[in-house]
Design a protein around this ligand. Sequence first.
Ligand SMILES: Cc1ncc(C[n+]2csc(CCOP(=O)(O)OP(=O)(O)O)c2C)c(N)n1
Ligand code: SF4
Length: 350
Amino acid sequence: MTYVRSTFRHPALPKNDLGYTVDYYEGSLSTLCAGCGHDSINAAIVEACWQMSIEPHRVAKLSGIGCSSKSPAYFLSNSHGFNTVHGRMPSVATGANLANRDLIYFGVSGDGDTASIGMGQFVHVVRRNLNMVYLVMNNGCYGLTKGQDSATADVGSKNKSGQVNLFEAIDLASLAMELGATFVAQSFSGDKEQLVPILKAAMHHKGFALLNVISPCVTFNNNAGSTKSYDYVREHVEATATMDFVPMMREITTSYEAGSVNDLLMHDGTTIRLHKLAKDWDPLDRFSAMNAMYRARSKGEILTGLLYIDRQSSDLHNTLNTADKPLNKLIQADLCPGSSALDKLNASLR
Ligand SMILES: Cc1ncc(C[n+]2csc(CCOP(=O)(O)OP(=O)(O)O)c2C)c(N)n1
Ligand code: SF4
């Protein structure tokens, strides 16, 4: 294994609309175990941001603690980053977002970081509909501390030492739906084709976007009997739909058979094109999406794809009616509108 990244780039590498090649979106060389699902997700994030021509300095990466939470070091070196305390990423993201609404907030967490120590913070960031992407790299164990079962390990699943998990799993996607999440998707680290358009759609969603991505831990939870191993997940994934993400400027030209395609227009003019596979499921209907998720779970299947989206989502800034500008752009005149405005306000309170 080499720890030095080559700086050679093929001169014919394609460039995005900003003139950058994909390496501009990479991060440091990964120190995760070879084959770790988290690295595949990092590669999908790099690809999605490159394809969308995002200016890296417009992204703020946030995470907690864990192998998953180390991931932001491995993508978007040219972005802002904040590695918080274990389970505390949501409160830091909330503060940063309220101070500067102009950035894209990209949170990365693990199932331990989110579903155990961070649960209290997670539920509140969902119900507040903070405008951010919250990606859980879900491997059903605490990888960084050597593979203890996490709260998302399925009941009956076996860990590497052969111990059977006795407790019910917390299903983060269902929980988020229950709490009123406005964008919920699931995927598998080994399915880049599905993950990249989901990431793009999540970054364009105005509000909280949960991505629960099954990401096997090859070192501590990839054994027979685990329900988060590569083999188990490959055999039990069921996709709701294949999807494309169509940016605003691009004309939608392809046409598909009526009934099999669903174009979802997003708040910013972009489009999610769904090629429906699952029957009896409507991603715009919370009850239908929840039913589909429960049905899949009862069969031991992992439903992937965009599960639910609320296109009328109103984020925390709208709810709180905050200023349109980031706080550091407010000038004296914005902050102090003068004595006549103050007199008027006082009069209204008398
Ligand atoms: C306050 C505190 N408690 C416990 C720990 C120990 N610890 C570090 S990472 C971790 C869990 C990581 O699991 P997960 O979030 O699933 O990430 P993974 O490593 O599996 O990607 C724990 C318990 C800590 N760092 N800080
Ligand atoms: S211990 Fe597991 S989660 Fe951590 S880097 Fe290794 S394979 Fe990935």
